[in-house]
Design a protein. Structure first.
Length: 119
């Protein structure tokens, strides 16, 4: 396998009890993939993520709640749940599990020509 590498997203998880950990797995000019490990963290109550790249995120373990600006209630995510966040869509993490790691895989890209099949 020339130029190929094998790794495991759950191997050597960092200790995220004091702060959320963002590990960049892959980057190219038009794509970035991160593993995010949370352990009880949330966004500040007055803070919103408002990023320009589009984001597709899947929850791999643990659980969390994401709230989108203007919506009356958040979306609780469990392992296997994924969502597409268009560029400029303001959102925040309301909570992540306090007793176990919550592991996310986030894919950031420019968002042009997106067809999202949520099935």
């Amino acid at each position: 396998m020339p130029d190929a590498s094998l790794a495991n997203l759950f191997a050597a998880l960092p200790d995220a009890k004091n702060s959320e950990i963002f590990d960049e797995i892959l980057r190219s000019p038009c794509l970035r993939i991160e593993r995010i490990v949370s352990h009880g963290q949330s966004s500040p109550t007055t803070g919103w993520y408002d990023q320009q790249p589009a984001e597709w995120v899947i929850l791999l373990s643990g659980s969390a709640e994401i709230l989108f600006e203007g919506e009356p209630k958040g979306h609780v995510l469990k392992p296997g749940d994924h969502l597409y966040i268009p560029p400029g869509c303001r959102h925040r993490v309301v909570w992540t599990e306090k007793d176990t790691d919550t592991v996310w895989l986030a894919v950031f890209f420019d968002g042009r020509g997106v067809h999202y099949n949520a099935a």
